[in-house]
Design a protein around this ligand. Sequence first.
Ligand SMILES: Cc1cc2nc3c(=O)[nH]c(=O)nc-3n(C[C@H](O)[C@H](O)[C@H](O)COP(=O)(O)OP(=O)(O)OC[C@H]3O[C@@H](n4cnc5c(N)ncnc54)[C@H](O)[C@@H]3O)c2cc1C
Ligand code: SF4
Ligand code: SF4
Length: 1019
Amino acid sequence: MNAPLPLEVTREAAGKAYDAVSRASNEVAGRLAQRLAAETTGEVLFSAADRGRYATDASIYQVTPVGVFLPRTAEDARLALDICRDLKVPVVPRGGGTSQCGQTVGAGLVIDFSKHVRGVLEVDAERRTATVEPGIVLDHLNAQLKKLGLWYPVDVSTAAQATLGGMAGNNSCGSRSIAYGNMVHNVLGAQAWTSDGALHTFGRFEAATGAARAMGERVRDLALALAPEIEARWPKVLRRVAGYNLDVFHNQNEKPYTADGSVNLAHLLVGSEGTLALTRSLKLQLSELPRAKVLGVVNFPTFYKAMDTAQHIVKLGSDGSLTAVELVDRTMIELSLQNPAFAPTVRAALIGEPEAVLLVEFAGADRAALLKKLQELQELMGDLGLPGSVVLMPDEGPQKALWEVRKAGLNIMMSLKGDGKPVSFIEDCAVPLVHLAEYTDALTQVFRKHGTKGTWYAHASVGTLHVRPILDMRRNGAPEMRAIAEEASELVRKFKGAYSGEHGDGLCRGEWIQWQFGPKINDAFREIKKLFDPLDLLSPQRIVDAPRMDDTRLMRFPPTYKVIPLQPALDWSPWDVQNDPATERTTAPGTGGDPARGFAKAVEMCNNNGHCRKFDAGTMCPSYRVTRDEQHLTRGRANTLRLAMSGQLGPDGLTSEAVRDALDLCVSCKGCKRDCPTGVDMARMKIEFLAADRQKNGWSLKDKLVARLPDYAATASRFAGLLNLRNRSGLLARLGEKMLGFSARRSLPQWQSRHFFNGPARGASRTEVLAATRPVVLFVDTFNGFFESANAQAAFEVLQAAGYTVHVAAKERPDGKHLCCGRTYLASGMVGEARAKAAELLGALQPFVAKGIAIVGLEPSCLLTLRDEMTAMGFGEPAQALAGQSLLFEEFLAREAVAGRLDVLVGKLKPLDQPLLVHGHCHQKAFGAVSPVLDVLKLIPGAQPQLIESSCCGMAGSFGYEAKHHAVSMQMAELSLLPAVRAAPGAIVVADGTSCRHQIHDGAQRQAMHAAVLLARQL
Ligand SMILES: Cc1cc2nc3c(=O)[nH]c(=O)nc-3n(C[C@H](O)[C@H](O)[C@H](O)COP(=O)(O)OP(=O)(O)OC[C@H]3O[C@@H](n4cnc5c(N)ncnc54)[C@H](O)[C@@H]3O)c2cc1C
Ligand code: SF4
Ligand code: SF4
């Protein structure tokens, strides 16, 4: 064994090695890219923007790789490894890139397995095993296993985006690890390449042969030689994920790594963070899906009591039925109560105002036995002096809702605006349960001493509580982080815990490995690294010889970070704030010192957690769902914007080509505005980009035609017959594609010479509606007014039938033009024109707003502009007041129904016995306005509306009409919307969005209708 290097020397060398790797890599990057392109079938991404997008993960670090490679097959990955070996370029394997410690950022070639290498190779239901490729996402695997009654039970919070390869790399652990263990307890084997290019099968040590056996024997010898050291230094907790699993030969874990006590060599790779071998496939131990689950929510008067009680609660699990004990503290409770989506769920779990709650879950096959466990929990709490402190949740619905709140915990915290952010660096220290109360108390004091605070949550069952103190990494965050880390480490040592108990080592905790295990075991780790990777090719300077955690050269926001000054088109001042780390109070809007007046800080809200890579319910992010490209993902876009605005992609800043490319497929669906945990609103950011870009490069004829549609619609409608010829003539359609870029494969909206605005004057006058007892103002947009006037007519009739005095919004001084929200201008980056339209609308509606009259609209993207972008145009309070009273047609009716004011209308509605499908427009989803549609449709006797679980329809304003986007647009629609429509041939399809109806017509040849039309039809 080598003589140990002094710690400081090792770190210094590692820092220098980083610089050397970057320099050397630049020289060979060209050849590397060339060979990858010539010798493999994978995707080769070497642009500055691509490298920038792969320079970060969910940690505070940023290291630009030489290049990025997306293997299409496992063979591509092997070839890439060979090429890297030839050229001496390090390899950094990557899955979803959701690591919190910087495991996937590195100066070599990043190999991203998640796009293509994600197959399920084999499932053996009888033996309960599955063999998978490393890029498959946990949720996607579990979706396939569900029908077999099986699952892979390492249920990480990032299950919707974490890959199995990444989970194995980090030795990940889920909320239910008390029952199922960590990754290491659930991996049966692995096939992996060492850096010499040899493919090995790692499995049971007794059965191992060849090089795998030889490596195993050497590790065994190390373990045996160090047995006393291992016994003395190794943390005796379930959640220890630091270093290499040398203890497979001398188990120190609370839970044996294998059921029969045998040694499995694959376990050496688990937690090795890509430093020992490149995983080709993993053989996994599956579990039966529990048939029943029950939940008890224990309410505590003090945080200390909650922590002290965990050790007693886990004893209820001696029969294996206890699957989770998860903490939610007072801060988290309060934050959740502020979120309207979470508040009712949280309230149902509380008794009074607890300082903390523990979510105690039991699972198994026998529901009656589980209910008995809940009773035992109640009795236990009585014995511990807290009778009546348990809220019972025996049913699945409330349980699921509460788990969602718990899972969203970190993300709720991360939505704090300002440069101070909750930073992950000691967030998963694990201590034995008997010390949990003392440990958390002492660490809270440490935070206080440093003028910050942390919110505690998560895995009380296994002594791994998550906590992130708020630090400002651009200022004095790095030294403060170090100081807190050192004090925390003393506590971990005092309580004999594990410093790294869930999130791995990476850049953040690598240097603490020697601290944790001592120099001898650290040297053994170095020897293991040499044994597997003598060339130091795989993720160098990780686990052994890691750089300092506070080396600011490796950080995303080093003190040198600067933003290019910018005057944004919209108002971003609410993001331009600073915060107080101790109270989390933010300063007044506009005082944050952002040279981009809040826009840069809004972009920087993305913390790379990767939640936008999910494919389940919700909208975010349709362009990623069809491309699986980091570039076409909310995270990739936010990173591109951040890099561009901080000058890291060249002098063009926001108007650089990289930004244009990254935003090209963003359909402005606002899915991220709602689904992104930190509220990254890429649709609004795209407006900002379009404004800057077009200002510089000019608007195309197509841009102008789309933007100015509201201005020329009245004139154009007079030539409806002529203009509609385009939809009947292939020649004209092709000409239109050539000259304007509108796809010839699309029909365009049909002009109507008789439309809503030139029909007979109707509705109440301004004076009449202002004096009415049941007043409402109907805002008819360009699309429903000129192209589908039957919708506007229907809405008008329904409102009248319901007994309202309806005024159709019109200009105060009529000039033959209609009122417009400015949406089409915003979509083309003409913010000045949009502001002018909005000002006119605001002025016209102001008297009604002042009287509290509802403004009701039909087209979600138009009406919701009043609630969204119009509030960011500098109109101040009047715009806020208008936003507060602008409602979609169904939102208004649903509100009125609840108030008991729709009885007359309901009495008039004829029954419906046809199946009814509903597709929500993305903006309706973003504003939580889909359930009112269902509620209103349910007013029709017999109607049973079914919501189609769809993302964006893919049409998205003019996006789908554009020739260059036609294919992607159709792919988005084919993800779920069109198949659902086709699967219900006899159903009525309701879709409120003009473009959604058009897409359904083009893709499924079905005529969807606005809800207003259906209601009017039933009158
Ligand atoms: C909000 C949030 C919540 C989280 N919650 C949890 C949690 O509950 N439990 C938990 O354990 N973690 C959690 N994490 C951390 C992280 O999500 C997990 O570690 C996850 O398993 C990583 O998966 P990934 O696909 O993103 O891997 P990546 O981050 O891409 O990679 C992880 C490691 O695996 C290596 N790797 C990837 N593919 C290969 C391969 N083919 N061969 C060799 N090495 C490879 C990488 O080099 C890296 O070292 C959380 C993170 C965030 C941001
Ligand atoms: S855009 Fe939002 S969801 Fe996506 S990584 Fe960034 S913070 Fe997470
Ligand atoms: S607006 Fe829609 S397409 Fe654009 S980044 Fe957000 S979720 Fe993706």
